[in-house]
Design a protein around this ligand. Structure first.
Ligand SMILES: Cc1cc2nc3c(=O)[nH]c(=O)nc-3n(C[C@H](O)[C@H](O)[C@H](O)COP(=O)(O)OP(=O)(O)OC[C@H]3O[C@@H](n4cnc5c(N)ncnc54)[C@H](O)[C@@H]3O)c2cc1C
Length: 390
């Protein structure tokens, strides 16, 4: 169901609608899902049925055709309400790879069903255990057999939400690295039918981790993929996949902003109510200043998020701002998390207060989907023009 919004407003209608939806899924809901290490099925269903996850899919394919600004507000509000958009955010941005790199036939085949939620494209498989951030050295291969298929062998790690996806984007090497001019050449992107792959050469092993985040090791043993599932040109996959990653960074930044405001709000409330030495603890500057500073930094990161999203929506280059917003927002949300935990004293560690859960959730974004050091390396090299460090 496409969403219709008034244009040129301050997005209060969008925020109100999201707050209304999120209010059904309260702290107790997210605590229970976290406790059970479960998947928030009801929440994901409600978002899908409301059309929120199809915000970025163009209207001609059944989506809402909204901008990155609106999409980022949707993600922000989920985290600001105390929830965790990490369980669903892939559905919002992974389709970018098809939208930007797919053929007209592929767009027609996949996008309407992704928009309706019939097919979930929550998963993207890039990271590998032996090469990590050095993506172009990845070792998973896709070798063409005849004209009609590729055979995939290799291993991925940290592949999220695959158990809750019908489709997965896969990055694999189609030409050996020693036979290409640039190391980013020779990589290709495929769309994988998860169910079919699980019965013919792909296996998954869940990774228990610090957050309640469904993520997995994935193994490919002679998995055959139809040649028609190649997205974009063979050997140009790195570029195809990169095209969607800047939008992902802005959306993750927005989730961090949502977390940041949640921490500040909770810290302010608890600090103002908790009486020790016969007065609210927030009356002490040693308690209130870290909360105030966190608010300052979250608000500043928020501006960079809106700048990056506005550039994207205007069709301008936004790589630098996307990366900077992700770094600023991840740092600000973790600073806010720390201040909030400290304000709560011992109770910050009690699951019933939700602070420790949100603390774990927001910590992830210093590492994934791109670590802080890699953003600094990007800014140093591409924005400031300093020599390459790797
Ligand atoms: C919960 C979770 C979910 C994830 N989901 C997905 C997913 O769905 N799909 C997917 O493909 N990946 C996913 N990832 C992987 C994630 O993107 C990577 O973990 C991340 O990019 C870092 O890669 P790495 O873990 O291999 O770290 P490494 O590359 O081993 O790096 C380790 C540390 O060293 C630093 N480092 C490395 N090289 C340098 C250098 N030259 N200079 C300075 N610092 C350096 C890094 O910044 C990092 O802090 C997920 C990860 C997690 C934890």
């Amino acid at each position: 169901m496409p969403i219709t919004l008034p244009t040129g407003d301050d997005h209060s209608d969008l925020r109100d609608a999201m707050r209304d939806l999120c209010s059904t899924y309260d702290d107790a809901y997210w605590r229970r899902v976290d406790d059970e290490r479960g998947y928030p099925e009801e929440f994901a269903d409600a978002l899908t049925k409301g059309g929120w996850l199809a915000a970025l899919v163009p209207a001609e394919y059944g989506g809402s055709g909204l901008g990155l600004t609106e999409a980022s507000i949707i993600m922000e509000e989920i985290n600001r309400s105390g929830g965790n958009a990490g369980c669903v955010h892939g559905q919002m941005y992974n389709m970018n790879t098809i939208l930007r790199g797919g053929s007209p036939e592929q767009k027609k085949k996949y996008l309407p069903k992704i928009a309706s939620g019939e097919w979930r494209l929550q998963s993207m498989a890039v990271t590998e255990p032996t090469t990590g951030t050095d993506t172009t050295k990845l070792k998973t291969t896709a070798v063409k057999k005849g004209n009609d298929r590729y055979v995939v062998n290799g291993q991925k790690v940290w592949i999220s939400r695959i158990q809750h996806s019908e489709l997965m984007i896969l990055l694999a090497r189609t030409t050996p690295i020693d036979q290409v001019q640039r190391k980013s050449d020779g990589l290709s992107v495929f769309i994988v039918d998860v169910k079919q792959a699980l019965s013919s050469g792909m296996t998954i092993r869940p990774i228990r981790n610090m957050v309640n985040h469904e993520t997995n090791e994935v193994f490919f043993d002679d998995l055959e993929i139809p040649a028609e599932n190649l997205i974009g040109e063979e050997g140009r996959g790195f570029k195809t996949i990169l095209a969607g990653l800047n939008a992902e960074r802005v959306l993750i930044a927005a989730e961090c902003i949502g977390d940041g405001y949640w921490f500040v709000e909770r810290a302010k409330k608890y600090g103002s109510e908790r009486i020790v030495f016969d007065r609210p603890i927030a009356k002490n500057q040693g308690v209130q200043f870290p909360i105030a500073r966190a608010h300052v930094n979250v608000s500043a990161a928020d501006l960079m998020r809106f700048k990056a999203a506005a550039l994207c929506d205007a069709g301008e280059e936004f790589g630098a701002e996307a990366n900077m917003s992700k770094l600023l927002a991840a740092d600000a949300s973790f600073e806010a998390a720390n201040a909030c935990l400290q304000t709560h004293g011992g109770f910050g560690f009690a699951a019933d207060y939700d602070v420790e859960r949100k603390f774990r959730e927001t910590r992830l974004y210093q590492v994934a989907p791109i670590s802080t050091n890699m953003i600094l390396a990007y800014v140093a090299e591409h924005v400031l023009g300093m020599p390459r460090s790797y």
